[in-house]
Write a protein that binds this ligand. Sequence first.
Ligand SMILES: [Ca+2]
Ligand SMILES: [Ca+2]
Ligand SMILES: [Ca+2]
Length: 336
Amino acid sequence: VCRTVPQCTRGFSYNTATGSCQDTDECAADLDTCTERQRCENTVGSFVCRRILGCGTGYSMVEETQTCRDIDECKDRNRCEHSCVNVVGSYECTCRPGYKLNPDKRTCSDIDECQSYSLRGRVCGGACINTPGSYMCTCPNGWRTLGGGRSCQDIDECAEGTYRCTAPESICFNTRGSYKCPQVTCPPGFVRTPMGSRRNSVRCKRTSFTCQRGDVECLTAPISLSYNFLSFPSNIKIPTDLFAMSGPLTSQKQFAWDLKVIDARPLKSGVMAVNRGYFDLKVENSAQAVVSLNYRIQGPQDVELELTMQITDLRSRYTGTAVSKIFLYVTGDSVV
Ligand SMILES: [Ca+2]
Ligand SMILES: [Ca+2]
Ligand SMILES: [Ca+2]
């Protein structure tokens, strides 16, 4: 039996099971003419193309509900070099401590703390060493590291007993970053007195003030002799008073002062040796004199000065001298 299949109008198709014309779902059958930017919506007998509203970057369209949802960009492990923080509509890359985000907003680079902090004052007491993600402070030999190297403290080898002064009649004198073993040899007729609490001065005390007739050495020997030690860095504040010496305050005596540079030994090539012009001798009320420093001394350098006070008794015309030897140990460090 041949049956005529009824002609359905456009948009409908004949359903053999029900024997009637039914709406064609053009959207499902992919018969629509909608573009990719459009959403196909089936209607009875036809279909419509509706414009998809853009969600904008950082969002994706949820088809079922036609709503926009934030994209979690951080699911992409390669999005940021260090760490990724998802935010609504976007994301941010962050860096681990000690690193800064590069202009590409994605990669990180090490912060050079030695460079960037130095503009705001020194980071380390000694040397600063930059490391990936951090930095290190070190103190030179002879210095103790404090607060992770933020400051360095000189080790007092003399006080701690870690020094080694082997030369005869040598004493230990602490300096910045090291120590010295100056030899204090008192002339005949003198005895060495123990060091004072400040450990910076030794006196040679004369045992007798009576001399044999004709004993020139005894007659011309100073009535007082002291060894004085000072240590300071090159970058000391200038001018500065280094040493003061005074005689008895009396109208019966007259004083004459003299300062000499006995020795100047630069301990490194290129360091300029000092001369007398570096020092000033200020005589106050004739019985007191102060040695001051006019210019910075280049270090490391050892300097020996001799300050002589000549005393004349106005009645007896007797003349005697008092000598202060001053040893300067100038260090070349830049430790703070
Ligand atoms: Ca996001
Ligand atoms: Ca660093
Ligand atoms: Ca020391």
